[in-house]
Design a protein around this ligand. Structure first.
Ligand SMILES: Nc1ncnc2c1ncn2[C@@H]1O[C@H](COP(=O)(O)OP(=O)(O)OP(=O)(O)O)[C@@H](O)[C@H]1O
Ligand SMILES: [Mg+2]
Length: 223
């Protein structure tokens, strides 16, 4: 599902280039689940952004589901993301003017889906129920707690039935019981829908539930 070969990533900064990832290799199979751990500032979000085609590596290659994403043009990258990848961001980026239910449906707006809108809406409602937001569907993001915003973003990441789910701290602002519920949902999605799952987390309990754990260290992933 994911094949990453010798990628490096440097950022241009005022103090000169800052190399965050260095000759990193990584492989994930179709129905696998993987945790990525490591201290703050080591490049975990940077790496997820590359896997999600939100940014490009400085060198090296990334193939996801047979598509070389390291060289995609912006428009092709956006289409690929929309069709194949669910992204749970560390910052949630919910649209403030839309309700929770509308936010979950936003990834459908790109269009071209065969599913009748009523079915999509029912799936959106079911996802919101699974993250415990059945009584908050008509709220706007500012009317939600931090953990509720995160859960709305998780429902949104699943609406397009991605092949790959990238999650950056999906239990970051949640109490242990709610975090457990979210872990269950992610793993259920991974097992039943055979969605590959890559989770960045500082939560050891969540990491332990994934099939494998890698630590990001000195720009590389160590198993
Ligand atoms: N656009 C950018 N330009 C310059 N430096 C950046 C940029 N984005 C990130 N960095 C730097 O790259 C390093 C890795 O950042 P990244 O966000 O990937 O860390 P992280 O492992 O996700 O940390 P955390 O656990 O705190 O979320 C940090 O030191 C950060 O300051
Ligand atoms: Mg991060």
């Amino acid at each position: 599902m994911i094949e990453v070969s010798r990628i490096s990533k440097s950022y241009e900064t005022a103090a000169g280039p800052l190399t965050v990832l260095r000759d990193l290799d990584f492989m994930v199979g179709a129905a696998e689940s993987v945790a990525i751990v490591g201290p703050s500032g080591t490049g975990k979000t940077t790496f997820l952004n590359l896997l999600g085609a939100l940014d490009r590596p400085s060198s090296g290659t990334i193939t996801i589901d047979g598509v070389s994403i390291d060289a995609l043009e912006a428009e092709a990258a956006a289409r690929f993301r929309n069709r194949s990848i669910g992204f749970i961001f560390q910052l949630h980026y919910l649209l403030p003017q839309c309700t929770v239910l509308e936010n979950v449906l936003v990834p459908r707006l790109a269009g071209g889906w065969d599913e009748p809108p009523a079915t999509t809406r029912a799936r959106a409602e079911s996802l919101l129920e699974q993250v415990g937001l059945q009584d908050r569907m008509q709220h706007r993001p500012y009317q939600l707690s931090g953990g509720e915003q995160l859960r709305a973003a998780i429902a949104r990441s699943l609406i397009n039935q991605p092949k790959l789910l990238l999650a950056d701290e999906p239990t970051g602002s949640l109490d242990p019981a709610t975090g457990e519920r979210i872990a269950e949902l992610l793993l259920r999605t991974n097992e039943h829908a055979r969605v590959a799952l890559v989770v960045v987390t500082h939560n050891p309990a969540l990491a332990q539930r994934m099939g494998k754990t890698y630590r990001l260290e000195n720009g590389r992933l160590v198993g």
